[in-house]
Design a protein around this ligand. Structure first.
Ligand code: FES
Length: 83
């Protein structure tokens, strides 16, 4: 079973270290005018986070050429006793 099938209707977005947002799951990708990219047959897409892609909104690997650096990590979960 592919990973995106296991997600059901859930969408998973992974912030790749020094790279794009990896989006997995069933999504619609729209521009500001409501135009839609055809993602038929694509179980996942990588969206540019560095601004250097020549194929925005998709990542084309340019982040590596420009030395883009950003590797944020999620904060640790808050324990119930701290809420
Ligand atoms: S994140 Fe890959 S080209 Fe911008």
């Amino acid at each position: 079973m592919a990973e995106n099938e296991a997600l059901g209707s859930e969408v998973k977005i992974t912030v790749r270290p020094n790279g794009p947002y990896r989006v997995e799951g069933s999504i619609k990708l729209l521009d500001a005018n409501g135009g839609q990219w055809d993602l038929t047959g694509k179980p996942a897409v990588s969206l540019c986070r560095c601004g250097a892609s020549a194929n925005k909104p998709f990542c084309d690997g340019s982040h590596a050429k420009i030395g883009f650096q950003s590797a944020p990590t999620a904060p640790p979960p808050v324990e119930a006793s701290q809420v």
